[in-house]
Structures are given as C-alpha cells and as structure tokens.
Design a protein around this ligand. Structure first.
Ligand SMILES: *Cc1c(COP(=O)(O)O)cnc(C)c1O
Length: 383
C-alpha cells in the first residue's frame, strides 16, 4: 500500500516569483558578484522601510544576526540571558559560544510564545538575587509575534534590552505594528524554508544606526580605516552576497501575497479539521496577525496517536511534516539549565512538544496537494 509514487509534498519549500532572475541578471550585468553592492544596500533600505526601523544590515544568516546582536549587547562569559525555551537552537547557540548562559522561559497557552507571567516571576527572583540578565530574547514562532506589550513593560521596569528573534515572523503584525520592529535589535532569516528565502541569509535591524554601523564593521573582518590591513579587534565574515540580496529584493515584493497564501492554507486546514475531537490549532490572539508561516496543531485526547506516529504515516504517503520545536529546557546540550514554566507545574512548551506537529504550509502548495494532506490526516486521526 505504498503511495510513494505520488509526488512529494514539502513542508515549506522555496517559492520563487520569477522576478528573481531579472534582478540576478542586473547583478551579473554590473559585475557586482560580491558581498557588497547595490542590491545589498537596497535590500537593507527596503527591509528597514518595511519595519519602520532606522537601520538594517544584510547578513549571511539569521544566526549571524543573533551572534552580532549578542556582541553589541556586550554579552560576555558568565553573563545570563533570558530566552524563550520554545525555539530552534539557533536562537540560543550564539550566547553559549560567547560563554554566557541562558535561563529558559516557557510559553503562554494563548500565543505559544514567551509567557509574560513566567518572565515576570523569573525577573523578580533574579532581581532579588542581584543576578538580572543582560538581555531578554523573545522568539516569534511559526509566523506569530509574541505578546510584546507586557514583555516590553517588564524589560523597561528592570532596564533590560530586548532582542527580537523574528526569523519566522517576517510579515506578521503585533497590534498592527510589523514583526521585527521591536526591541533594541531584531533579526530576520531568509533560510530556504522561511516565508521569503535568498537560499540563505539574514538581516539585523535596529533604531540605532551607530550600532548597525558597528555590526557592519564587525561583520566585515573589523578592518581599521588604515591604508593597510590593520585590526585592533577581531571580527567575522558575515555579509550577504549581492547576488543573494537580488533574490531577497525580488522576494520582498511578494511578501503580502505570500502571507495571504499561507493564511489561506491555514484556513483550509482549519475548516477541514476543526471538528475532529482533540485537535486544536495554534491560537491567534486578538492582538496578533500571524503569517501562519507553518500551520501547527496539537493532538490531545480522545486522539491517542502520537504526533511522531502521524508524521511517519504522512511520510509513508510522501508528505513532509515536522514535530514542533523541542524546547531548549528539554535539550540534552542544555541539561541542568534553569527553566521557568508558565505556572508552577504547568510546562506549556514541553506539553506542546509532546502532542504537536507542523503541516505542509508552503505558499506554493496547491489545493489538490493540500487535499491529499487533509485526507491523510483524517484517515490517520479518525482511525
Ligand atoms: C531559522 C531560524 C533561525 C536561524 O536563521 P538562519 O538564517 O537559518 O541562521 C533562528 N531562529 C529561529 C526561531 C529560526 O526559525
């Protein structure tokens, strides 16, 4: 009963518009085949305009953006950073590479992103122990902003800068304001599976142009302004190529239609599956306009089958799904770390990991393809 002859349905494949080639040709014609050039400058400007930020820096990855933000926030060995536990390891790794340590903050049930009440308890305790973090790092998962206002209020109360990991939320809104416009720094990713892609790339944004100038210097090997190669400190090679920035600019022109397409895909899944007892989708609070980058759902009783088994059954039909992110407080590499659940005894992100999954959600997914996914799910879940 193998269905492997059926065409593969991917989770979130790249979706090219065709305009990319025109802009790449421009890069070739002008011979700007380099990690600088007019497309890089324009991609930065256009992304700054989209978010209303004062400055932006195009980089080779979102992870590079988080690393540079951590350096600009002066995170050093022995420092503590508070971070959403429910995320991808890329959010966290740069802090550990700098010798710092993360305290993991749980999600709230209403948005699946950082729980303001867990953050409040963690900050209160840290303040009493005189061990306040150097930064708070929020993550906007699956195309949805975190609950910004209460989190920003807590950061202001304790005087702690916020870093917004908006890698998954380009195009999303919080109370009408674009994702990536909050906090001291924000970061986007253009990895292959994100809502827009340059095949790989990232953007660091801030309202402090001086900080972005500093990041630009650090991301280009920290060369002193001297007639020879002179270095007073060490930097990195983190810039985005002009060819890839051309792809990014062409992709940016289609952001709104990509958001609409993913939201429509979510709506179709929702309509088809909402009446299956035990299914619930990632909620979208009133303050949020999610891009629904990935349609995600939780399976609870009376559904007995685990998400991992559902994913295997989908794979047997040549359909690619994915488990939800395994929270950082459950990762072997961070064993023994401090974790603040949403409430005492209520581990929201851990529970979501054990019962949730991501469905194919690419903006190029056709209705017949989505029908195949829905049919497969109904069969597996109603059995
Ligand atoms: C994709 C992603 C990143 C990393 O971005 P890259 O461009 O792949 O380095 C960081 N954080 C989150 C939440 C992501 O999903």
């Amino acid at each position: 009963m193998s269905h492997n002859h059926e065409e593969r349905i991917y989770l979130s494949p790249p979706h090219m518009s065709g305009d990319e080639l025109t802009l790449i040709e421009e890069a070739f014609a002008s011979n700007w085949i380099a990690p600088l050039g007019p497309h890089v400058d324009a991609f930065e400007r256009e992304t700054a305009v989209h978010t209303g930020r004062k400055a932006a820096l195009a980089l080779s990855s979102g992870t590079a953006g988080i690393h540079l933000a951590a350096v600009l926030l002066e995170i050093e060995a022995g420092d503590v950073v508070f971070c959403s536990s429910f995320t991808f390891a890329a959010t966290i790794a740069p802090f550990y590479h700098l010798g710092a340590e993360c305290v993991f903050i749980d999600s709230e049930p209403d948005s699946w992103n950082m729980s303001p009440q867990a953050l409040a308890r963690a900050l209160e305790t840290a303040s009493a122990q005189r061990r306040l973090p150097k930064a708070v790092v929020v993550v906007n998962l699956y195309g949805q902003s975190c609950n910004m206002d209460p989190i920003l209020a807590l950061c202001r109360q304790y005087g702690i800068p916020l870093l917004e990991d908006a890698a998954e939320s380009l195009g999303a809104l919080y109370k009408g304001r674009p994702s990536g416009s909050f906090g001291a720094f924000s970061v986007f990713s253009y990895n292959g599976n994100k809502i827009l892609t340059t095949s790989g790339g990232g953007m660091l944004l801030s309202d402090d142009p001086g900080q972005i100038d500093r990041a630009r210097f650090l991301s280009t090997q920290a060369r002193d302004p001297a007639p020879w190669y002179q270095h007073s400190i060490l930097g990195w090679n983190y810039r985005l190529s002009n060819v890839l920035a051309a792809i990014g600019r062409a992709q940016m022109r289609h952001l709104q239609s990509r958001v609409e397409a993913r939201r429509n895909i979510f709506k179709r899944y929702f309509e088809a599956l909402k009446d299956v007892p035990g299914i619930s989708f990632m909620p979208e609070p009133l303050w949020s306009r999610s891009t629904r980058w990935l349609t995600t759902l939780a399976l609870r009783p009376p559904i007995r089958i685990s998400p991992f088994e559902v994913l295997e059954r989908m794979e047997a039909r040549n359909i690619e799904g994915r488990p939800l992110w395994k929270p950082m407080h459950l990762q072997p590499v961070f064993a023994g770390g401090t974790y603040w659940p949403h409430e005492e005894g209520h581990d929201v992100s851990g529970e979501l990991f054990s019962c949730g999954l991501c469905l194919p959600s690419g903006s190029s997914l056709s209705e017949p393809q989505q029908e195949r996914v829905i049919e497969c799910l109904k069969e597996v879940l109603e059995a």
